[in-house]
Design a binder for this molecule. Structure first.
Ligand code: SF4
Length: 327
């Protein structure tokens, strides 16, 4: 299948693991300001150094959304769909800890409560999703939906016949241009022949055929990273849609990876230019309905934070400046 690469956009709940560390910009307190008289305000934008599939998709969807997420680092509320995706991913990953014969639907479903507890410990903000549900009815329904997604997976793949080479694999590669690509691959299978298959779980529904290329963008991104790291072109890219019970596969060739590399370099240039000029244009689409930032978006009557952000220059006089950079 060969299609254009325009319009790749992740919808919430897609289950892609985020890789950009949520490091908020430091706010100078009054006390700090008094103690650091040498600190000067600088308004410097630093060009992006790396890209993840999610952030690349953000920029393609809407440059202003990219800015809000990467530069302004505006907080976003957890959503039930995205959190359910994270939970289901964790269950599918952990199921492979069990011996092959024990990777059954009941075993998988039994992992859900423990993984939900773990998620609440590691990301306490998800607790607020059900803060207004004292009887636990909505939570029970939500957990039931997670069970259904897990159960559906067994109709699409047979984990008793799989021995993943990697699960939740963090990958990072630097292109000749200096652009760093990084992300987390849900599963990597390696056949006895050495053929590599990259697998990604989606808890949403499969896209219509005209949008399939957008979904494959992330997979080709990973294939490019694996190729750059291992000098091996993955034999197959596989998207497993638990929401609709579909599997989308694509067998990439060298030209695909070269094309996606050119596309990423062009994106990187566009992001660098926007970083310098401050021209982060909103691009309204129906996906705005999923956007947490309408209150700051001119398309919805909002005002973005000032740009460039005021950042503190280093006190040491070594010429370094506070970071205001995309991922
Ligand atoms: S509301 Fe729409 S146009 Fe505005 S920042 Fe969000 S995605 Fe972009």
């Amino acid at each position: 299948m060969e299609t254009s690469t325009e319009g790749a956009a992740e919808t919430p709940g897609g289950g892609i693991a985020e890789v950009d560390p949520p490091v908020p910009d430091e706010q100078a307190t009054t006390r700090e300001a008094a103690a650091t008289a040498a600190v000067v305000e600088a308004r410097v934008a630093i060009a992006p150094a790396s890209l993840s599939p999610s952030r690349a998709s953000d920029f393609m969807q809407c440059p202003l959304l990219y800015r809000f997420r990467v530069i302004d680092r505006l907080p976003e509320k957890p959503s039930e769909a995205a959190t359910r995706g994270t939970l289901v991913h964790a269950v599918l990953e952990r199921l492979f800890d069990a011996p092959a014969a024990e990777r059954t639907p009941p075993r998988a479903k039994s992992l859900i409560p423990g993984q939900w507890d773990r998620l609440r410990e590691t990301r306490p903000e998800v607790v607020e999703l059900f803060a207004d549900d004292p009887e636990g009815e909505r939570l029970a329904r939500w957990l039931g939906e997670a069970e259904q997604l897990v159960e559906r997976w067994f109709g699409l793949e047979d984990p008793t016949r799989l021995e993943p080479a990697e699960r939740e694999l963090f990958v990072e590669a630097v292109l000749d241009s200096g652009l760093k690509l990084r992300g987390i691959i849900d599963r990597v299978d390696v056949a006895p022949t050495g053929d590599v298959r990259i697998v990604d779980y989606k808890t949403g529904k499969a896209p219509r055929p005209e949008y399939a290329e957008g979904a494959l963008f992330q997979m080709k991104f990973y294939a490019l990273v694996v190729w750059r790291l291992k000098n091996v072109i993955p034999r197959r890219l596989q998207l497993v849609y638990l929401g609709s019970g579909d599997v989308l596969t694509y067998d990439p060739v060298l030209a695909d990876l070269e094309r996606v590399e050119r596309k990423l370099l062009a994106l990187w240039e566009a992001i660098r230019e926007a970083t310098e000029t401050g021209d982060w244009r909103p691009r309204p689409t129906k996906l705005c309905g999923w956007c947490d930032h309408q209150a700051h978006c001119p398309e919805f009557g909002g005002t973005p934070p000032p740009y460039p952000l005021a950042v503190r220059a280093a006190e040491s006089g070594d010429g370094s400046q506070g970071r205001m950079g995309p991922d």
